[in-house]
Write a protein that binds this ligand. Structure first.
Ligand code: ADP
Length: 446
């Protein structure tokens, strides 16, 4: 097993990984930018190294500084967390060249699943359901029109190298497709350095259902069932839960097996999430694969009784997955609320600054993953998430009640957070019946 790991990240996920390492008797090296110099979790690290100024490109995104820190601290492995460098195949490759284990997939596996066109091809071969649409990248306007005629409007144009909800255009007729295709290619080239775009069927009413998977370096791959992340605003998830309410369990098991086949086909080692949209008839269509641990991984940990971060460290060290598919069982229901320092009443304006009140909920079935303590100052430079509330109970109604109770106990000030909005959601009948689609939150906020 690794002796010492460097965590190339910050905030709650840095603390989450640190906790897993310490329980495994692994020393932790944290890195930090000047904006995070007072972050309380740094005191828990065995060593903390400043890697630069506040802007991420000078610190958390700066590969040479991270590698220098890793070499100075003599670590065996780097954990990238999520965001920042987590999905950069070149970072995974540089770690390998420097003989530092990257806790995540090889650059080859990351490239195979990270590029949307390539991923769709691999998924099709693994018999994973994908959206009807173009086989590969679209060459010209005529080809685009032919594909759209075959699958029917509306269609969506997407960038193969796209991400973060950018580079997508919905077209409802031929005229709109013709006028958008070239612009989409140019925009993709400018934004992602790769002009490849493809077309797929656009679903009007869908739920976001994703499958957590894990693979090891010995060809084993399993899934840990699903998370429903339909409560979103501008493609940003706000609430996630498992299991997905009302979904046929046989169907999910089959989709899960498909997701496991896909990561096995890519020789994937570590944790990955295969994202799908699900239509009203519970047909699944793969969106993309996230080749890293996700923000919402605790939801799956609560219902499966696993520790996804520890498991990904184990497999990165070359061990076999200690779980077989038949060992994975769902128990009860879990809901996660992302607590963001944003003001939902002011169009989610960021609300950075001093937190002088931070009173966290507790009690049976309540987990708070956060790096914040009273007196912490939220730096304006990074993501606005200040923590996650994860509740677990025997069934969904009890879990909704527990989450509402915990949200009422959660007092944060004077900064604004998403807590009041999440509490409101727990009280909505649509949410309580469990059938909200990806546009639900935007309708509620109108
Ligand atoms: P990104 O990598 O930018 O996050 P995704 O492919 O994951 O892109 O899509 C992001 C979001 O865009 C989805 O969660 C969904 O809300 C919407 N979307 C993407 N593809 C479709 C589609 N074919 N039909 C309907 N909505 C879609």
């Amino acid at each position: 097993m690794f002796r010492r790991i460097l965590i190339a990240n910050r905030g709650e996920i840095a603390l989450r990984i640190l906790r897993a390492c310490h329980e495994m008797d692994i020393e932790v090296v944290c890195v930090y930018s000047k904006a995070d110099a007072d972050a309380p979790y740094l005191r828990l690290a065995d060593r903390a190294i400043c890697i630069g100024e506040a802007p991420a490109r000078d610190s958390y995104l700066n590969i040479s500084r991270l590698i220098s820190a890793a070499e100075i601290a003599d670590v065996d492995a780097i954990h990238p967390g999520y965001g920042f460098l987590a999905e950069r195949a070149d970072f995974s490759a540089i770690c390998r060249d420097c003989k530092i284990a990257f806790i995540g997939p090889s650059p080859e596996a990351m490239a195979k699943l990270g590029d949307k066109v390539e991923c769709k091809r691999t998924a099709k071969a693994a018999k994973v359901p994908v959206f009807p649409g173009s086989e590969g990248a679209i060459e010209d306007e005529e080809e685009a029109v032919k594909v759209a005629d075959d699958i029917g409007y509306p269609v969506i144009i997407k960038a193969s190298a796209g991400g973060g909800g950018r580079g997508m255009r919905v077209c409802r007729n031929e005229a709109s497709l013709r006028s958008n295709i070239k612009a989409a290619q140019q925009e993709a080239l400018a934004a992602f350095g790769n002009g490849a775009v493809f077309i797929e069927k656009f679903l009007e009413h869908a739920r976001h259902v994703e499958i957590q998977t894990l693979g090891d370096s010995h060809g084993n791959a399993i899934h840990l069932f699903e998370r429903d992340c339909s409560v979103q605003r501008r493609h940003q998830k706000l609430i996630e839960e498992s299991p997905a309410p009302g979904v046929d369990r046989k169907k999910i098991a089959a989709v899960g097996e498909g997701a496991a086949r896909l990561i096995k086909a890519a020789n994937y080692c570590g944790a990955a999430t295969v994202e799908f949209l699900m239509d009203e008839k519970q047909n699944f269509y793969m969106l993309e694969v996230n080749t890293r641990v996700q923000v919402e991984h605790p939801v799956t940990e609560m219902v499966t009784g696993t520790d996804i971060v520890k498991l990904s460290i184990l497999v990165a060290a070359g061990e076999h997955l200690p779980l077989k598919q038949k060992d994975v069982e769902l128990r009860g229901h879990a809901i996660e609320c992302r607590i963001n320092a944003e003001d939902p009443d002011r169009n989610f304006m960021p609300s950075a600054g001093l937190i002088d009140t931070w009173q966290v909920p507790g009690g049976l079935g309540v987990r708070v993953d956060s790096h914040v303590v009273q007196g912490y100052r939220v730096p304006p430079n990074y993501d606005s998430m200040v923590g996650k509330l994860i509740c677990h109970a025997e069934d969904r109604p009890k879990c909704v009640a527990r989450t509402a109770r915990a949200l009422r106990e959660f007092v944060v000030g004077p900064i604004k957070t998403t807590i009041p909005l999440q509490l409101r959601l727990m009280e909505q009948s649509e949410f309580r019946t469990g059938a909200v689609d990806i546009h639900y939150l935007e309708r509620l906020l109108k």
